[in-house]
Design a protein around this ligand. Structure first.
Ligand code: NAD
Length: 255
């Protein structure tokens, strides 16, 4: 394992070279990449689950009984959805995709920031908070445009609204999971960015990639995944633009 802290420049240069030479990477992102956009992570100190018990506030069972709890902690985010913008980390991943070395972004995030940053065809494993639908008649709404009220109710049938996100107790979208597993088992590299690699089945993806021989690079201020080949400690918004800049230089030189 190489560590940026031991020899920062050469580790970074090595990852840039591998990205350029292999040209076949997939990224798995988590809440950490959006922290610099002002969206709290879950499990870090000060994260959402520090204050709210996820088994209560984000469980489908509780949601069916009383959706008010969920809307108490997520309503503001949904109603101010347009205020949250991609940061240099999201933009650098889109850049790496346009340079042809990153083939797909898989995210556990529900915030839609990769798509806002210009990443095409993002695999959203846990759904998207911008899509909201009525549990009774299926009418679709799009954040930030939801009716007032706690919980907001459908303007057509007065049914309860729910974002199209995976709550605890719900299954992941089958197609998204299948595509993510396919990406993990076929790409030569995986960038594991801003995730505590805790929530399965998403957390199995780096293991799958590794079993299939991929080089694993972690971008996170803390080591979260033990089986990495390279750890680039630091914030995604700082480290990822350096990667993109390095690949861009190699591309300009044509080597
Ligand atoms: P997590 O809270 O468990 O872990 C966050 C990780 O990000 C930690 O390892 C932390 O060290 C790292 N981190 C913090 N700041 C960082 C930064 N600036 N740059 C790089 N890394 C940084 O989050 P997770 O692993 O994504 O947990 C999975 C669950 O979190 C999923 O269910 C997901 O849907 C949900 N979630 C999503 C959002 C969002 O959409 N933005 C926000 C909170 C939680």
């Amino acid at each position: 394992m190489h560590e940026l802290s031991r020899d920062p420049q050469s580790t970074l240069a090595e990852v840039i070279r591998l990205l350029w030479e292999r040209g076949e990477a997939v990224a798995l992102t988590g809440a950490g990449i959006s922290a610099e956009s002002g969206i709290p992570t879950f499990r870090d100190k000060g994260g959402l689950w520090d204050t709210y018990d996820p088994t209560v506030y984000a469980s489908i069972e509780v949601y069916r009984r009383d959706p008010t709890l969920y809307w108490t902690i997520r309503g503001d985010f949904i109603r101010h959805y347009d205020q949250y913008q991609p940061n240099p980390g999201h933009l650098a991943l889109a850049d790496l995709e346009s340079l042809g070395v990153l083939r797909r972004v898989i995210t556990q995030n529900i915030d839609g920031l990769h798509t806002k940053a210009g990443s095409p065809d993002v695999i959203e494993l846990h759904g998207s908070i911008r899509e909201i639908f009525c549990l009774s008649c299926g009418r679709q709404y799009q954040a930030p445009h939801v009716p007032p009220g706690l919980p907001p109710r459908c303007e057509s049938c007065n049914g309860v609204l729910k974002p199209n996100t995976v709550l605890f107790g719900e299954s992941l979208p089958v197609d998204a999971l299948r595509q993510a597993q396919e990406e993990a088992s076929t790409r030569a590299m995986m960038l594991v960015i801003g995730t505590s690699v805790n929530v399965y089945p998403a957390a199995a993806l780096p293991e799958i990639a590794r079993r299939h021989g991929a080089v694993i690079v972690e971008v996170n201020p803390e080591r979260a995944f033990p089986l990495v080949d390279f750890w680039l400690p630091g914030q995604a918004g700082t480290v990822l633009p350096r990667l993109a800049e390095g690949v861009r230089k190699l591309a300009a030189r044509g080597n």
